[in-house]
Design a protein. Sequence first.
Length: 404
Amino acid sequence: MGGTPLYFAKAKGATLTDADGREYIDYVSSWGAIILGHAHEAVTEAVAEAASRGTSYGAPHEGEITLAREVIARKGIDRVRFTNSGTEASLAVVRLARAATGRTKLLKFEGNYHGAIDSLLAKAGSGVATFGLPDSAGVPADSARTTLTARYNDAEDVRRLLEANPGEVAAILLEPVAGNMGLVPPESGFLESLRQLCDAHGTLLVVDEVMTGFRVARGGATELFGLRPDLVVMGKVIGGGLPVGAYGGRRELMEMVAPLGPVYQAGTLSGNPLAMAAGHAVLSRLTPSVYSHLELVGQRLEAGLRQAAVSAGVPAQVQRVGSMISVFFTESPVRDFEGAQGTDKALFGRLFHALLRRGVYLPPSALEAWFLNAAHTVETVDRTVEAFGAALREVRQGGHVEKR
Ligand code: PMP
């Protein structure tokens, strides 16, 4: 985005305060980890209370069970294991999927992100799909070669890759609602086709709900879309703003993990008492009324942004699922990574700075989803829409990206 990154000093509700004391309406919500609002009293109290009883035991404790029960009930899975981040959970799931199937290859989607993991950084373009070239420096070619990449929302591309690699693909990794290339919803039939293809090819369907889990619905995207996963990866909301990830699934798969089974995975701070307490404080408060509020403010923001773009005469696509939303500056709906990359990112950059000056903090990238939290109100959304309209009128003609 250019400029100097903002440093923040505090956060409360839907508001961030930077080191110079300026306030912003926050649409990052810690990249989706915050759902009740920043510094929610129940969460800060639960963390303080847990800390007073010790910050880590390196041994089992009741807090893990309490959060695990909530997660299992919401996700309809048999077993869950906690990690310290989404990346760590994805790493563990890949190992488990390879062990369970005796296969090595993975299939992921262009523009989907599952953590900074060598084998999962491959993302875009036919060259990557064909040759498995590393997408990040430092990734061994051998590691990237085992990863196939398909076009998002394109089940035929997946079918082709599975047929070209018969009996070799351990798992398909999927963001059920793509949030790491801006917000790209799954098209009707896409998720169902993936389930059928996995069944036909003996491939495990790993649904990455790090962003969507407990956010887009009580049980996450699998509930919202009626999708049956083999394994689920979770993070963000599950830790209430503390470092947590998790993975889970059917009993026979999860019992392959040590000490019951031969797949090793561990972490000194996994199941950390502070993180478990924060996660439970949040999940236990995610009631139907919280989801209806998020939907209400989400709808209002979507409609307002769309109208403001029309009034400013700027072609824009406002794409949303629940409290995840983004605006792409382009003529037609964005359905995959290529489409997302082809949008007017320079305009987004100018808008980002124009909105900062008006006290609205968006994700500093045209290719990231914006996140609402329960502290966003009709009033904060209306103020945002007004600022968005004014910012868009200011920046629509082009010009340099403002340095702050
Ligand atoms: N999966 C998805 C879908 C994500 O959005 C992210 C993080 N943005 C991750 C995995 C990795 O999680 P973490 O940053 O906690 O390692």
